[in-house]
Design a protein around this ligand. Structure first.
Ligand code: ADP
Ligand code: MG
Length: 273
């Protein structure tokens, strides 16, 4: 198999024809804290095709979460624009923005952010209730989603009765509740051990392949490289480079020496399929 076909076969929806589901144009974000000014983003322009799995990689403090917040409509750029399906997010009123966040985007966070007093099922059905589903419809879909993420027997568990990996599975089910077109994940494996992290990455990839959801994940977890269609390397608030996974193996030698020696094998193993 050539590298060309390897890249396309993992991302059939991310071909040249795929429409650009997210575009950012010269996005800048400046935080002012008293006297101090932090330029968290210094002009980020990018395009993400529908169905892509893209990882935003970079060291701590490089601006990943800030970019995540801009794309997710959780915060506004100081300058520049973010377009979701060609709609300028800054032009949306509060109601439209709430609609976008509820229906179009699913969010996954490092610390899971589940509601502690609610069961797994209630956590998953809550966004469906906001979207107007009846409680029966929400319940049925919630159970289906929890089964899909491997939590069949844990539907009535509360977050404190679940492991970190299980809590993140609930969060993934919740993120998929309203069948979003975009799944935004900020360090989804940041609080998980190596093998649990692997499982969560595989599950997110499954959502990407099966449901065709566009995945945008901010991470510095090198395990994420092997499932990403493209990797956007960010440094000091600017895009350093954008790489396709197929091209990445050229650089894998330098990656192999870091915390995840298994990256090289993961990428090779993936190619064999
Ligand atoms: P990353 O997610 O890559 O670790 P962040 O986007 O969280 O990076 O942060 C980028 C920079 O912006 C950092 O220098 C951080 O300290 C700063 N920053 C992030 N959020 C805020 C905030 N709400 N107020 C002030 N500074 C912030
Ligand atoms: Mg962050």
């Amino acid at each position: 198999m050539t590298t060309e076909t390897a890249a396309t076969s993992t991302a059939p929806a991310a071909g040249a024809q795929a429409h650009k589901i997210v575009r950012t144009k010269n996005v800048k974000k400046i935080y002012r804290m008293g006297e101090e000014i932090v330029e968290a983003l210094r002009g980020v322009t990018l395009e993400i095709g529908a169905g892509e799995y893209i990882s935003i990689m970079g060291p701590s403090g490089s601006g990943k979460s800030t970019l995540f917040n801009m794309i997710g409509g959780l915060d506004k750029p100081s300058e520049g624009s973010v377009y979701i399906d060609e709609v300028d997010v800054a032009q949306l009123d509060a109601y439209e923005l709430a609609w976008l966040r509820c229906r179009k985007i699913g969010y996954i966070f490092q610390s899971f952010n589940l509601i502690p007093v609610m069961t797994a099922l209630e956590n998953v059905t809550l966004p469906m209730t906001f979207a107007g589903l009846t409680s029966d419809e929400a319940r049925e879909k919630g159970v289906y989603l929890l089964e899909k993420v491997g939590l069949k027997g844990r539907v009535l568990h509360k977050p404190f009765q679940l492991s970190g990996g299980q809590q993140q599975r609930v969060a993934i089910a919740r993120a998929m509740a309203n069948s979003p077109s975009i799944l935004l994940a900020d360090e989804p494996t940041g609080n998980l051990d190596l093998s649990t992290g692997h499982e969560i990455i595989n599950l997110i990839k499954e959502m990407n392949k099966d449901a065709g959801v566009t995945v945008i994940s901010a991470t510095h977890d090198m395990k994420m490289l092997s499932v990403s269609d493209r990797i956007l390397w960010i440094r000091d608030g600017k895009i350093d480079r954008i790489e396709k996974r197929a091209d990445l193996k050229i650089d894998v030698g330098s990656v192999g020496g870091d915390e995840e020696g298994g990256v090289r094998d993961a990428i090779k193993g993936d190619e064999k399929k």
